[in-house]
Design a protein around this ligand. Structure first.
Ligand code: ZN
Length: 297
């Protein structure tokens, strides 16, 4: 069976309460990257954070993080574009990636493309009300076309995020236009608890995504459960040939005693091996995900 690509999603914007193991600073992220890589992760996803945990999208901060990760281990780097409500231009949103590509010591391997737009307000299930009311994750088609063209220019791997079926349909449209190449690496973003933006973090939520994956194309797919427990779905994902993107950034795993990111990766590897799938090495993951441009007719 195909090797399992495991991505460590180490911090997002998660607080250290209840899980104190969420890395914030570049040194902490790089140390976590190495620990996760040693356990079997082949991709690292992080967000820039200050010492207090606030978002830090400063240029030098991101470059330093990439540099330290590169020095620590060969794990593939999937950076964040660092915005939520996106009123910035496509060029501004992609500027951090452009800067990082100027030097192999800081260049990432992926650039994200969330292929659609969605409300991302925070929901309080206990109080039955929203705690924010105007957060929109906005990705216009023109912006996405710009990202696709710069991703191809830099020979990066597009990290295609699908929050619901309409995103997957747009990924198919981008493949039909020929602006991204197969195999398409798609991340199904399930959401739970305090975020209602994606499909529910349940078997049915995942099945609905898979049902609409266009046939006749080469896809590699992974699954995130933002604000929910992904381990509950891991066996289904592994058996179905999918890949796993997991970390304390998405969910604190308080029911497991607030593990470290590396401990979460170790759990995934143990389950995968039991089910007959070995973790992919960095080189294997890169080979499975590198797009192959279609020959020009
Ligand atoms: Zn992220």
């Amino acid at each position: 069976m195909q090797k399992l690509i495991i991505e460590a999603r180490v911090n997002e914007l998660a607080p250290r309460d209840p899980n104190p193991h969420v890395p914030f600073l570049p040194e902490e992220i790089a140390a976590d990257a190495e620990a996760c890589w040693r356990e079997g992760a082949s991709i690292l996803h992080y967000h820039g954070r200050s010492a207090e945990g606030a978002p830090d999208n400063g240029r030098e901060h991101n470059l330093q993080t990439n540099r330290l990760i590169r020095q620590a281990c060969p794990i593939l780097i999937h950076p964040s574009l660092g915005y939520v409500a996106n009123d910035a231009s496509a060029e501004e949103r992609f500027a951090a990636i452009e800067a990082a590509m100027a030097d192999p010591a800081t260049a990432p391997d992926f650039a994200p493309m969330d292929v659609g737009s969605v409300n991302v307000d925070w929901w309080d299930p206990a109080a039955k009300r929203y705690t924010t009311t105007d957060l929109i994750y906005k990705n216009s088609t023109a912006t996405l076309m710009h990202f696709a063209s710069r991703i191809r220019h830099h020979r990066l791997i597009p990290y295609l995020v699908s929050w619901n079926v309409s995103f997957t349909r747009q990924i198919d449209a981008f493949l039909q236009m020929g602006v991204i190449d197969e195999p398409a690496y798609v991340c199904f973003c399930l959401t739970d608890g305090i975020n209602l933006s994606g499909h529910p973090g349940t078997e049915a939520g995942l099945d609905a995504h898979l049902m609409f994956l266009p046939s006749g194309r080469r896809f590699v797919w992974t699954v995130v459960n933002y604000k929910g427990n992904l381990l509950n779905l891991a066996e289904k994902i592994i058996r179905a040939g999918g890949h796993i993107s997991i970390g304390t950034g998405d969910y604190p795993y308080e029911e497991l005693g607030c593990p470290t990111n590396a401990e979460l990766i170790a759990r995934v590897v143990e389950l995968a091996q039991k089910l007959g799938r070995e973790p992919a090495t960095v080189d294997e993951a890169r080979a499975m995900l590198t797009p192959q441009p279609q020959p020009v007719a």
